[in-house]
Design a protein around this ligand. Sequence first.
Ligand code: PLP
Length: 398
Amino acid sequence: MLIYGAMPDFRCLKEKGRIFLDHNATTPLAQCVMDKLLEWAKVWGNPSSIHQTGRAPKALLREARNAVGDFIGSHPLEVAFTSGGSESNNWALKGGYWTQKAKDPRRQEVIVSAVEHPSVMKAAKFLEDQGAKIIKVPVSREGVMDLDFYESALNEKTALVSIMYANNETGHIFPIPSMVKKAHEVGALFHCDGVQALGKVTVNVQSWGVDMASFSAHKCYSLKGCGVLYIRKGLVVESLIHGGGQERRRRAGTENTLGIASFGEVAKNYKDQVSSFYEKVLALRKRLEEGLKEFVDGVEIIGENQKRVPNTVGVILPSGVYGESVLMNLDIEGFSVSTGSACSSGSSEPSATLTAMGFSRQEAERSLRISLGWGSTEEDIQEFIIALAKIIRRLKSL
Ligand SMILES: Cc1ncc(COP(=O)(O)O)c(C=O)c1O
């Protein structure tokens, strides 16, 4: 059964009997999307068709492109729709690198931060296997990017820089505009993974100054399988997906009209709500952090005093408990959170982001990420703190 989130100015779905505190993984659908899904589904034509049936979906795309462009601070034609954040990141890295190298074969270096999402890290590894040199800018345990290292890494061989706006595990925000200026001084392209920024802070790709930026619809109360690569006017980036002439010949494939329409709808309704989200969620986060410090002995809030998006708290739990055991216990009690670790084929590795930041394997195994959203309430926070403190006491006593 579904009920609405508590904040009346932007309603979203909420599962009854569960407290969802994992909004950096995905977000519930906005009510304004739910209301229109059936209407959009009826517009089933191919937007590339020039006959009547293609006109309505084409109009949907146009409207969504205008709204999303407005939301991210770009011209609509600078918006290229993709299948999500991962595709946008892959396109930016591979396309950006190939484009630069074609212009000047000496440009073979790619700079990323040590804490990027796997869709950036693995795309960079792919380029490394093709002969690129990958340079990773360190980030401290406090969540601070080593800007001296960054500046000394930049040179006339740098093809591309890719740095995220906000980290998905810790919420730390990096100083994109000043980093962009430095990259442009040496003629490098700058891509920013803005997936965890959209909807949480005001996004304006023009004031960031970036050449490309990635966004994902499902991190922002819209449908899954839809994303955006912002490509600055005048920049021609090599395509990743070849075929038809969609997205102004930049990205082939019949468009995900439903996903795109949902992203547009949220963009339209949400654009003026971001600062209100920021304030409400920041107040909740403060309550959460105070509660954690008061009721969970030995908890560490990662980079607490650094600039962060308002909804994210990365913590290292006290010694003697595993993040994953805590997560499972919380799950049984009706709370959804996440650990930093990625589980694949039965083996669970500690978070690459946290170990890159200098946390030991043991510390990283005790990590937990709590990410709030538009539907989060004071009661959610109170209940969560009580449950977490109880679970930790129980696990420690075993
Ligand atoms: C920072 C960041 N970039 C990219 C992605 C990938 O986005 P998508 O799930 O739309 O592929 C994620 C998803 O967790 C993310 O947090």
